[in-house]
Write a protein of this length. Structure first.
Length: 557
């Protein structure tokens, strides 16, 4: 009924002077006093006879004003320009000669928490939008109309509005951490000739920093964008890497809230680089020793892809340039501390990179196109394999939407398996991975579903932790991404991923998943003699004190 009503409203609007309507507004922006609050009208025709009101004050437009597309009205032109980078079409308060003024009747100031906007054409009420009610108020949020509905995704001041796009005939090299992730990264960087753009949440890896430094020394233009306020702050190792890169002539930028602008995203949590406008390397892992270890050393389980296609690279380059601009982007202050690589146990490599041509690739950019993950899961017909660092529910009553979609898929006969990390920081609480595995398996047992969840056996597979955020569907499509399955990552972070459709690539990741899944078989874990378990426990007690300093720095992000 709601969709029908929206269609009828749009039909009504279409009959009035080009369907002029309010399509966007922001009543509670970040600047103190909200001088940059604004609204957008859209349509075609003269604005004579149109009045905007909040029931207390309002304004009309100078006679003869015409709209042809979008028209922006802000309280203050300079304040709006500070927040958005360009001047509005009209302003309410006279601040600059460069922006024409509306004709006020009283004072229309949109209240932050509860108010309404009314659009009249002469004496006819054309449109009304209220908050709370039609939209939910939140600082910095831009409310926008999309296909007759308000706020189909959370959108905040400064954020991008990227549309879904699919690229055909892409050459893909799939790789897995810890087996061959650094092998692919180092070869890709060594082959760069003109430009490398890096966007990564955390960068602490000595050898990766040296690879970029060598690229800069041979004339490649390198730019690095980092999250300016990761969980726990930028680490000493991260500042040492920034210092090393800066001394080599590589600018290191960070995204953070400043006096000039609020950070675009809660976290810049993406993990990708673009090489020579033709190649994208993207994955689940930060640029840290655990994500890109030397071959033969232990690290995280993660998935990554090297994508060769100029049009796809242009798409990601546009994302990077958007994110790397604005008042929330500042240089990251590095230090002169020496870089070092921490010790890691040996690891037996099982998976080499896998190259395939002719893949179909769809970028998944959070928060813009996170819904594509839901569509991938909902489209499954035979099987879904999910390997995640962790899964959290939205509330005690509402399931994570991706997990809910997977469970619903099992109810229609799709075989669903979920593998989660078992490291201490993902299992020590009262509502984390071990409890989630229990919830999923209880649902499966109660309903007789082809659904199973397991905690990864890290020791059996010689892994430090599961840091993956991947999905394989029907042996045909795979999600490789930085997007955690929580309430924040898909909706409020900048994240980057891809859905790759190619049977060879899907088979590669399915094999990696099967290896981790089989290693986590409970029957294998229970076959360890009790005496050996006691020895392991005793050794763990002795080592705990020595490992404490290191472990407290481990994050699940």
């Amino acid at each position: 009924m709601r969709r029908i009503a929206a269609v009828l409203l749009l039909c009504l609007l279409a009959g009035t002077a080009g369907g002029i309507q309010i399509v966007e507004f922001c009543p509670d922006p970040y600047l103190s006093g909200d001088p940059d609050e604004y609204l957008v009208l859209e349509g075609t025709g003269l604005l004579d006879g149109y009045v905007l009101s909040d029931g207390e004050g309002g304004y009309r437009f100078p006679p003869g004003t015409r709209i042809d597309g979008r028209l922006v009205v802000a309280r203050s032109g300079p304040a709006f320009e500070q927040s958005h980078g360009y001047l509005p079409d009209f302003e309410i308060e006279e601040r600059t000669p460069a922006v024409p003024d509306v004709i006020p009747n009283g004072n229309l100031m949109m209240a932050n928490r509860a108010d309404e906007l009314l659009l009249y054409h002469k004496t006819t009420l054309v449109q009304q939008v209220a908050w709370p009610g039609d939209v939910c108020a939140r600082e910095g949020q831009i409310h926008y109309l999309d296909d007759g509905f308000w706020d189909t995704r959370p959108l905040f001041v400064g954020q991008s509005r990227i549309k879904p796009q699919t690229f055909e005939s892409v050459t893909v090299t799939a790789f897995a951490a810890p087996d061959c992730s650094y092998e692919v990264f180092s070869a890709a960087v060594a082959g760069a000739q003109r430009e490398i753009l890096v966007n990564v949440y955390e960068f602490t890896d000595e050898k990766m920093a040296n690879d970029l430094t060598r690229a800069r020394e041979r004339g490649v233009a390198v730019t690095v964008l980092l999250e300016g306020g990761p969980v726990g702050g930028v680490s000493p190792e991260g500042r040492a890497v920034a210092g090393t890169l800066n001394r080599s002539g590589i600018p290191v930028l960070s995204m953070t809230t400043t006096d000039a602008a609020h950070a675009k995203y809660r976290y810049d949590h993406a993990k990708y680089l673009i090489i020579d406008r033709s190649t994208v390397l993207l994955g689940s892992e930060n640029f840290k020793p655990g994500g890109y270890p030397e071959p033969g050393l232990q690290g995280n389980r993660g998935w990554g892809v090297l994508l060769e296609d100029p049009e796809l690279a242009a798409y990601f380059r546009e994302v990077f340039l958007f994110d790397a601009a604005g008042g929330d982007i500042v240089p990251l202050e590095g230090t002169a501390a020496e870089l070092y690589t921490p010790w890691a146990p040996d690891y037996t490599v099982e998976f080499a990179p896998c190259r395939a041509e002719g893949a179909r690739v769809t970028p998944v950019i959070s928060p813009d196109t996170s819904v594509l993950i839901l569509e991938l899961i909902e489209g499954a017909e035979e099987s879904i394999a999910i390997e995640q660092a962790y899964i959290t529910n939205e509330t005690a009553c509402d399931f994570n939407p991706y997990l809910a979609a997977a469970i619903d898929a099992s109810r229609r006969g799709v075989a669903v398996r979920v593998l989660l990390d078992s490291a201490w920081f993902n299992t020590e609480g009262d509502a984390d991975n071990d409890e989630m595995v229990g919830i999923i398996n209880r649902i499966a047992a109660a309903e007789g579903l082809p659904l199973e969840a397991r905690l990864a056996d890290l020791e059996a597979n010689s892994l430090d932790k599961i840091h993956n955020k991947g999905v394989v569907v029907d042996g045909r499509a795979v999600l490789v991404s930085s997007i955690n399955w929580n309430a924040n990552s898909p909706a409020f972070n900048r994240e980057a991923g891809v859905i790759v459709e190619h049977p060879k690539i899907a088979a590669y990741y399915a094999a990696v998943f099967e290896d981790d899944w089989d290693a986590s078989d409970r029957s294998k874990a229970s076959s360890v003699p009790r005496s050996d378990l006691l020895k392991i426990a005793a050794a763990a007690c002795i080592l705990a004190a020595l490992a404490g300093l290191y472990l407290h720095r481990r994050r699940r992000t």
